[in-house]
Design a protein around this ligand. Structure first.
Ligand code: HEC
Length: 188
C-alpha cells in the first residue's frame, strides 16, 4: 500500500514537472513568435509612414497586418494574432479566455506592473482539445496615437470609418494597454 502511494506521489510529481518544463518551453517559443510579429509590424509601419505618410499607412495596417500575422504563424507553427478589449477589426475580438486575460492585465497594470512585462500562459482546453495559450500585452506608444488616440484627425477618421464600420480602437493614451498578442497551440 505504501509503495503504491509512493509511486502515485512520485509519478504525479514527475508528470507535473514535465508539464512545467513543457509550459516553460512553449512559453519561450511563444515569446519568440510574438517578438517576431511585433518587430515586423513595427518595421513595416515605420517604413510606410516614412515613405507614404500616416494616412496611406492605414492600409498597411489594414492589409499587411493580417498577412504578416499569417506569415509569422506559419513560420512558427502556431496561431499568432492580436486582440484588444477595444478592437478595430472584429476579427481581433477576444474570445472568453483572451478577454479574461486582457482584464487581468488591466488589473495588474492598476496594481503597478509595467505594461511591457505583462504576459500570461496556461495549459487549457477548448471544445475537448488540449491547448497551450499565451498572451503578451502591447503598450500604446506616441506613434500609435495617430490612429488610436483621443484626437484622431478628421481625414483619418473618415478613412478608418470607411474600412471599419464599428471601430472601438480610439481614445487610447500613451502607456495604455492597446491590446495583446495572443498565441494558441494544440498540445497532446
Ligand atoms: C496608420 C494608422 C495606425 C497606426 C499608426 C497604428 N495602428 Fe494599430 N491598427 C490600425 C488599423 C487600421 C488596425 C486594424 C488592422 C486589421 O484590420 O487587422 C489596427 C489594429 C491594431 C491592433 C489589433 C486590435 C484591433 O484593434 O483590431 C493592435 C493591437 C494595434 N493596432 C496596436 C497598435 C500599436 C501598439 C501602434 C503603435 C505602435 C499602432 N497600432 C499604430 C491602424 C494603425
Amino acid at each position: 500500500m505504501k509503495n503504491i502511494l509512493a509511486c502515485i506521489i512520485i509519478c504525479y510529481s514527475a508528470i507535473s514537472q514535465a508539464n512545467a518544463a513543457d509550459t516553460e518551453q512553449l512559453t519561450q517559443e511563444s515569446r519568440a513568435a510574438v517578438m517576431a510579429l511585433g518587430s515586423e509590424l513595427k518595421t513595416t509601419l515605420q517604413a510606410s509612414i516614412k515613405a507614404n505618410g500616416i494616412i496611406e499607412s492605414i492600409s498597411v495596417c489594414n492589409i499587411k497586418a493580417p498577412q504578416i500575422s499569417q506569415k509569422i504563424s506559419d513560420e512558427h507553427g502556431m496561431a499568432v494574432g492580436r486582440r484588444s478589449l477595444k478592437y478595430r477589426n472584429p476579427k481581433n475580438k477576444p474570445d472568453d479566455w483572451e478577454k479574461s486575460v486582457l482584464e487581468q492585465f488591466e488589473q495588474r497594470k492598476a496594481n503597478g506592473e509595467a505594461v511591457s512585462t505583462l504576459e500570461f500562459s496556461e495549459l487549457t482546453e477548448l471544445n475537448g482539445k488540449k491547448l497551450f495559450r499565451y498572451m503578451k500585452a502591447i503598450p500604446t506608444d506616441d506613434v500609435c496615437l495617430n490612429c488610436h488616440g483621443d484626437n484622431v484627425a478628421h481625414p483619418f477618421v473618415s478613412k478608418i470609418n470607411s474600412l471599419y464600420t464599428d471601430d472601438k480602437a480610439i481614445g487610447f493614451k500613451k502607456g495604455d494597454i492597446r491590446g495583446a498578442f495572443s498565441v494558441i497551440r494544440p498540445v497532446n
